[in-house]
Design a protein. Structure first.
Length: 315
């Protein structure tokens, strides 16, 4: 363990290296199309949409997570002003979540589904085109088949609403063995299984949320990613893992910022995304406790440094 000052000094040194790597890269093919995305909640930063946009611009991010609640509350003139500000700052939208409890009781799912069209309309109005969610990797009462059927039925209905508003819907599997063995009945926890679920849902706007952490803990390889087309990926999360922990012993909410330990092969992961032409947001989701003890500025700066170091591996 080390102090906040030591941590900041360590990550700050990566900024110059990342910039040098970018500057020295000759023109090559293919080039990355994905964006360095700021998702404040994922790094423990509390910020409204305006503040998130300000932080994203200040620290060199290229996209920012939209807030459906904030966007829905804006008048047409306020929205035009916000979009103009984002354009001036060279920022685009990343992905956001869905306010539908599809993992819980039927009544809660129905209530969320009924409210979804209004949310979808609000984010469509702002030009948001990507939302994502995760699949819980186990269940205490539903067998795999029963759970699969429920997911197909519910997620298809969500996808239909989002599709009516031109919005793509990404599904993220949770890879750690410590997660999928927690409940009585293990469920989807690999890329292959998630692709089977998506195929069964059968909607063109449904794709994947990839995460280097889950890719690593699921014992997957670059070949698994290279079998995809870029259009199949809706969003992406980038993380590293603690050192000295066996893959099957990794705990889902104990991660590291990208490219800070080297446990996960981010060159291979990001290189595959470049190769398939993925063009969406890539954000950090490290669940890293030192970030939560920092100010918003410090946490975003540390995250930006780590992300730039990772991106430099393929730039």
């Amino acid at each position: 363990m080390f102090s906040r000052r030591t941590f900041l000094q360590a990550v700050a040194g990566t900024v110059g290296a990342a910039a040098l790597g970018t500057a020295s890269t000759a023109a090559s093919s293919p080039r990355r199309k994905f964006t360095m995305d700021l998702r404040c909640g994922s790094i423990g930063v509390k910020a409204d949409l305006r503040r998130a946009i300000e932080l994203a611009h200040r620290y060199g991010f290229e996209s920012v997570e939209p807030s459906a609640v904030a966007l829905a509350a804006m008048s047409e003139s306020q929205l035009r002003e916000l979009l103009a500000e984002m354009k001036q700052k060279h920022l685009v939208w990343g992905a956001t979540g869905i306010p539908v409890s599809f993992r819980s009781e039927e009544a809660a799912f129905r209530a969320g589904l009924e409210a979804l069209p209004a949310t979808a309309k609000a984010i469509q109005r702002a030009g948001v085109t990507r939302v994502g969610t995760f699949i819980s990797p186990s269940h205490d009462t539903l067998t795999y088949l029963a759970n699969f059927r429920q997911h197909v039925r519910r997620l298809r209905q969500i996808a239909d609403v989002l599709g009516d508003h031109g919005i793509r819907f990404g599904l993220e599997y949770v890879g750690p063995k410590t997660s999928w063995t927690r409940g009585r009945f293990p469920f989807i926890h690999t890329l292959a299984e998630t692709r089977e679920l998506i195929a069964e849902i059968g909607r063109d706007n449904v794709g994947l949320v990839l995460d280097s952490w889950h890719w690593y803990t699921a014992h997957e390889t670059p070949s698994d990613l290279l079998a995809l087309a870029g259009r199949q990926v809706v969003a992406c999360h980038l993380n590293d893992a603690p050192e000295g922990v066996d893959i099957d012993a990794q705990i889902d909410n104990v991660r590291r910022l990208p490219a800070t330990t080297g446990v996960i092969d981010l060159r291979a992961f990001l290189g595959a995304l470049v190769s398939i032409g993925y063009d969406g947001p890539v954000c950090a989701e490290p669940f890293y406790s030192p970030l939560r003890s920092m100010s918003a500025e410090e946490a975003v700066a540390a995250t930006a440094a780590a992300m730039k170091k990772a991106f430099a591996l393929v730039n």
